[in-house]
Design a binder for this molecule. Structure first.
Ligand code: NAG
Ligand code: NAG
Ligand code: NAG
Length: 429
């Protein structure tokens, strides 16, 4: 098992010494592989969930009540300024607040309990920042705070993963009503009728205008046509009406793409069949994030906007296309996992772009925050479905063909803790 990892590293290092551009290209070729398509396809896999599409229920919202919160939500700082993102995973004997039985919003590919994952230890941890106390997400209190508000999570399938976690936790207090979906069930909205509160997930993996060519199975049939200068109207059209937004992106930039500006081809990323200039995926990500943040800064938005950093994967002993897996059952130690080179490149872009934007945003009075969940997520190699993205994967004895998902997160699972941090940031505005 170890030699494979070393080989990969050795191969990587030798390439890296030669040419950064060549590295990006080489890795991209690998990433265009089958498993990537399978894992990161646009299909929502929601078809197994009973749906009541387009049902607009009229419910008279409950009158706001003054809630007596048992706990003061002010953070209990051990130090002057608390960094929520530096901390440790500590045992949480209470475990998750929902299960596969109590929540019906879990996508089949992330329903590890239902799919037969045998260990449960990964469910009993919570994130503990070093310098302050972090309370567990309080669904009742969150819903009260969010009365008459609109949320949207905008991005790729990890945003969808996150929305489902939120829905599962909130549904312990009130069942959301599914009120909208697009044709492919990729963009959806739910209302919490008693609170006049809605949560949307908006499918916009590039955050910009993109034509994606995939067949029914999520297999790419042609390069993505990505407009670097046009933000995606799927979210810009709704932007003014939303109170809270969490943007995220990154992984889809690795795909083969043709880049456009002013409707003219500028170049591409990994398009060997075309006579175009390779610009690199970091070029495109940087351009689009610059546009995104400029849009936000200019918007005079009065709500709160988060940029969530890229979520790491944990393939070990290979990549997804070469039998990589994630068999751990406990959180990792700090430093045990590093970021793979691609994620490092993408993360570098998002941190730099955010930093540039943050000062301008605060000058303009726009609440723009970095939801930097990367480090804490990196410590959770035990939180992915692995083979349990399928129902009882070993039942038929065909171990060879199984592709592991070490990228999305089991529900319940570590991704639920993301909401603890989110709530703390919302409350402390
Ligand atoms: C939930 O998971 C358990 C195993 O952990 C399984 O026995 C049960 O059938 C699942 N229930 C549903 C509704 O999926
Ligand atoms: C529900 O919230 C919206 C704002 O999101 C507000 O315009 C509307 O008046 C609210 N409806 C009720 C019945 O309070
Ligand atoms: C590729 O493009 C360059 C510059 O646009 C041009 O000079 C060259 O002839 C093209 N090659 C092919 C094979 O079309």
């Amino acid at each position: 098992m170890v030699p494979m990892k070393l080989n990969w590293k050795a191969w990587w290092c030798s390439l890296h010494k030669h040419n950064h551009f060549l590295v990006k290209l080489a890795v991209s070729i690998l990433l265009a592989g089958l498993a990537f398509r399978l894992l990161f396809s646009g299909s929502s896999g929601f078809s197994n969930v009973a749906e009541i599409p387009f049902l607009e229920k009229t419910v008279t919202p409950k009158q706001p009540v003054s809630v007596d919160f048992p706990e003061n939500r002010d953070p209990i700082p051990k130090k002057e300024k608390c960094d929520l993102f530096t901390g440790d995973w500590i045992p949480n004997p209470a475990g998750p607040v929902y299960t596969n039985e109590s929540c019906s919003y879990i996508e089949i590919h992330q329903n590890c309990m239902k799919n037969g994952r045998p260990d449960t230890g990964y469910l009993y941890w919570r994130w503990n920042p070093r310098d302050c106390e972090l309370r567990q997400f309080n669904a009742q209190q969150f819903l009260e705070l969010m009365r008459n508000k609109k949320w949207a999570l905008i991005g790729d399938s990890i945003s969808r993963n996150h929305v489902q976690s939120l829905l599962c936790i909130l549904s312990k207090v009130e069942q959301p009503v599914h009120v909208y979906h697009d044709e492919g069930y990729k963009s959806r909205r739910w209302n919490f009728p008693s609170y006049n509160f809605s949560i949307s997930v908006i499918w916009s993996p590039f955050l910009a205008q993109a034509a994606i060519f995939e067949d029914y199975n999520g297999v790419s049939t042609s390069e993505v046509e990505l407009h670097l200068d046009k933000l995606d109207s799927k979210w810009t059209d709704l932007y003014k009406d939303l109170d809270y937004m969490i943007f995220s992106s990154g992984k889809w930039f690795i795909k083969s793409s043709i880049y456009y500006e002013n409707d003219m081809i500028l170049g591409c990323h990994y398009c060997p069949k075309r006579n175009l200039t390779e610009l690199g995926f970091d070029f495109a990500y940087r351009k689009i994030l610059t546009n995104l943040f400029n849009f936000i800064i200019k918007s005079n938005h009065k709500g709160m906007i988060f940029y969530r950093t890229i979520s790491p994967d944990h393939f070990e002993n290979g990549e997804w296309f070469s039998g990589g897996s994630c068999k751990r059952t406990r959180p990792a130690k700090e430093g045990e996992f590093g970021l793979n080179e691609l994620i490092k490149i993408l993360r570098d872009v998002e941190l730099k772009e955010f930093e540039k934007a943050a000062t301008k945003a605060s000058e303009k009075g726009v609440k723009l925050k970095l939801l930097d969940l990367m480090q804490l997520s990196l410590l959770r190699p035990d939180g992915h479905p692995g083979p349990y993205r399928h129902f009882h994967p070993f039942a038929k004895g065909n171990k060879e063909k199984i592709i592991n998902d070490c990228l999305h997160w089991c529900l319940p699972g570590p991704i639920d803790s993301w909401n603890d941090l989110l709530m703390e940031m919302v409350v402390n505005g």
